[in-house]
Design a protein around this ligand. Structure first.
Ligand code: MN
Length: 273
């Protein structure tokens, strides 16, 4: 696979037409990720001699992860190992989520608040070699904040992205991709108030994203949120592209309590597929 970047380093893969399976926030739910990949028809083995996972995709499908591979869940290091191996093998692409970005800064030696599940990831990584954490740091540093696929018809960004920023690269676009727009205010739980960019979206590209847990995958305009809160006791969801079929596996247990309630899907805004 040729990774094309524009002059400013943003990842463009317009020649990649799919088909894809795009996967929502995993947050260290390794067992559920394995179960979802099996359900999608991937075969997954571990080559112990090379210490690598090997996946064989059904047909010519590739995986695209919307980010937030880590934190809160039971096994972030193995999720990282698997996704890193699949990206190396050309079977998967991945964009950065806000949790991945924070782990990257932690591994780079920056001072970050170790909370919101990062404390679990740090403890889990303590059982791994320095070589492995170095590989994780390099991998996280390589992740784009969004990717443009299929001649611009598909955009994947962790928190979604308004059309005017598709293919753009700047510090503020990166912030939007990782966190989504906020209005600068704090709610009663002390969390930033998130604005619903998707409600105003009228772009022609399909935008697939995660970040804000929803009870069911949420279509609004030409966007879909597939973060169905696996780590919070929901489901891990994939959407196929271009045929837009949803596949989910339930989480085994509630690994973390969400401070925000899951967003309910507004029936009038539901798009049927
Ligand atoms: Mn998340």
């Amino acid at each position: 696979m040729i990774l094309q970047k524009d002059k400013k380093g943003n990842l463009l893969l317009p020649q990649e037409h799919g088909p894809f399976y795009i996967i929502g926030d995993v947050h260290g739910c390794f067992g559920e990720l394995q179960a979802l990949l099996l359900k999608l028809g991937f075969s997954l083995t571990e080559n112990r001699r090379l210490n690598r996972y090997v996946a064989v995709a059904p047909g010519n499908y590739k995986l695209v992860f919307v980010g937030d591979l880590v934190d809160r869940g039971p096994n972030s290091p193995e999720v990282l190992r698997l996704v890193m191996d699949l990206v190396e093998q050309g079977v998967a692409l991945c964009v950065s989520g806000n949790h991945d970005d924070k782990l990257k800064r932690k591994l780079q030696g920056h001072s970050v608040h170790v909370r919101h599940g990062l404390e679990l990831t740090v403890a889990q990584l303590a059982g791994y070699s320095k070589q492995f954490t170095g590989r994780v740091r390099q991998f996280l540093e390589s992740l784009p904040h969004h990717i443009v696929l299929d001649d611009g018809k598909l955009v994947v960004a962790h928190a979604g992205l308004a059309e005017i920023y598709h293919g753009q690269h700047s510090k503020s676009v990166k912030q939007l991709c990782l966190f989504g727009p906020t209005n600068g205010e704090i709610d009663h739980l002390g969390l930033p108030i998130r604005l619903d960019w998707a409600a105003d979206y009228s772009g022609s590209a399909l935008v697939v994203y995660g970040h804000t847990p929803v009870k069911d995958p949420r279509w609004i305009n030409n966007t879909i949120n597939i973060d169905t809160g696996c780590v919070f006791g929901g489901m891990l969801t994939a959407i196929s592209y271009p045929d837009l079929v949803l596949t989910s596996v339930p989480s085994t247990t509630t690994y973390a309590q969400t401070m925000r309630p899951f967003l309910e899907v507004h029936p009038l805004k539901l798009r049927q597929h």
